[in-house]
Design a protein around this ligand. Structure first.
Ligand code: PLP
Length: 389
């Protein structure tokens, strides 16, 4: 049964799926005037600030899904200790990190490619898969990086709306795959919804669909789950499936500004990239040693995950008590529909020193807020109450 929903009923059906009533916003600005990178095919469009604001006045930076606690003290030490190695290329350190990742993910090192953040993987895979056109299948709304690059290269994007409980509509996506499909992109947990797709169903989907076309699974937020290994698709790569996994040190490891990510895929997929462009050449010896230290510090990851969950519960409770319906989040951010015009809301929040993101979904404004420290979340809640009063 195809249980996807049409654009007009997206919010209504999805909120009803949470057992609540839909809340209509007061205004909707014309898309092409108010929104950045307007995508006519997408249900998701972002508001850019159309006002002047002073970065220095931001006291709670909750707009980029950064980890407020990282990097770990051990990473900071490893990086400081490596600065003197800056005259050397990091090939040796890259090999150490690749070996550690391969062991953790249960594959041989030729299944691993490092990169400066996972953005680089999204773009390199898009270049290789779409340099001769074709189409890419993904959910809508989702994290658009790979689809944006693919479309700029001439590919067609085939979006599939999420189901009423915000999972990927795997049935609809499988039907969308045709002889021109060069890749399927899945973001799990998904950004910007924070929702998760059932791992058993996703595994079955990846196994079948990867017989026809590679399936890219972006697991940037996986490590915020209590049992990440149960929801990862990485085991399929070890089974020889044409599945590409992207991971990053930017989120739970708290190293967004240090730029390290990695891909786990079949050696021939990695070869399809490294035969054209280089991989480890883009990495710094300092960040590599930082990532190695972070992998040796699992207690830091556990404490970040726990603090993230605490802040998420606190924020969810506060915002829900004001009568807002929040999509259940499995990540370091959450999103919910607001009841005022998006630009005015964003300006009010920035004027109060709080950076957030505002998206229009199906032409209605939604606030996406990243989890900061408890203190930052209290600032967010106070500002939210003031701005929306
Ligand atoms: N994938 C998802 C789903 C993201 O949300 C982000 C960043 O927010 C990225 C990938 C890219 O992050 P990075 O390049 O820092 O690894």
């Amino acid at each position: 049964m195809n249980n996807s929903i049409n654009r007009r009923t997206w919010i209504k059906s999805s909120l009803m799926a949470m057992g609540t009533m839909a809340v209509a916003p007061a205004f909707a600005l014309p898309k092409n005037k108010a929104l950045a990178a307007y995508q006519p095919d997408s249900i998701l469009n972002e508001h850019i600030p159309m006002f002047n604001y002073n970065e220095a006045r931001i006291v709670a930076k909750l707009n980029a899904n950064e980890n407020p606690y990282g990097p770990s003290p051990k990473v900071i030490k490893a990086i400081s200790d490596s600065i003197a190695l800056g005259n050397r290329y990091g090939h040796g350190e890259a090999k150490v990190l690749i070996d550690m990742i391969a062991e953790k993910e249960g594959v041989t090192p030729d299944h691993i490619m490092l990169s400066p953040g996972s953005s680089d993987i999204l773009e390199k895979v898009a270049f290789v898969q779409f340099m001769n056109g074709g189409n890419v299948v993904s959910a809508d709304p989702s994290y658009m990086s790979l689809m944006n690059t693919a479309q700029k290269l001439g590919a067609t994007w085939k979006p599939s709306l999420l189901t009423g409980d915000y999972q990927h509509d795997l049935e609809a996506m499988a039907k969308s795959v045709d002889s021109e499909t060069n890749l399927v992109y899945i973001c799990n947990p998904n950004n910007p919804t924070g929702s998760i797709t059932d791992a058993t169903k996703l595994k079955a989907f990846c196994s079948t669909v990867s017989e026809k076309t590679p399936v890219f699974v972006d697991e940037a937020y996986l490590e915020f789950l209590d049992k990440p290994e149960e929801s990862s698709m990485v085991g399929l790569v070890a089974e020889g499936k044409d599945v590409i996994i992207a991971r990053t040190f930017s989120k739970v490891h708290g190293m967004a500004g240090l730029r390290i990510g990695y891909m786990v895929a079949l050696p021939e997929r990695i070869e399809s990239i490294t035969s054209k462009v280089r991989s480890t050449m883009g990495l710094c010896v300092t960040s590599l040693n930082g990532a190695i230290a972070s992998m040796k510090d699992p207690s830091f990851i556990t404490s970040c995950r726990n603090m993230n969950t605490d802040c998420r519960e606190y924020t969810k409770g506060e915002i829900a008590s004001l009568g807002y319906d929040i999509i259940p989040s499995h990540t370091s951010f959450m999103i919910f529909p607001i009841r005022m015009e998006g630009q005015a809301f964003m300006k009010g929040m920035y004027d109060s020193g709080v950076g957030i993101r505002v998206f229009n979904i199906d032409d209605k404004p939604w606030c996406r807020v990243s989890m900061g420290t408890k203190e930052e979340m209290e600032i967010f809640v106070d500002a939210f109450k003031k701005v929306t009063a």
